[in-house]
Design a protein around this ligand. Structure first.
Ligand SMILES: [Zn+2]
Length: 89
């Protein structure tokens, strides 16, 4: 599914001071049990005086997806599979 998460650069080992919404693709199913993930809904919140619009969802199975885990999952999905060629445009 496509979801907009709140990315922080400390997800990749940074200092955590850089953050912004990022739209990513992750699996439709919960990585912990394989059941369907919940449907994303828009969520607005304030961080340090600035408003951000991201997605949230509640998994019917009860497992919690963190943005950090979703980010890592999207990175794995985006990585080319072994033997697959990267297309140059
Ligand atoms: Zn689950």
């Amino acid at each position: 599914m496509i979801a907009t998460i709140f990315y922080r650069n400390n997800f990749d080992g940074g200092d955590g001071w850089s953050y912004y919404p990022k739209t990513i693709q992750i699996a439709d199913n919960c990585p912990k049990c394989g059941d369907k993930r919940g449907v994303p809904y828009n969520y607005n919140f304030c961080e340090d005086g600035e408003w951000f619009s991201v997605d949230r969802w509640e998994n019917p199975c009860g497992h919690l997806d963190t943005y950090r885990e979703c980010w890592q999952e999207s990175r794995q999905l985006a990585a080319p599979a072994a033997g697959e060629q990267i297309k140059c445009l």
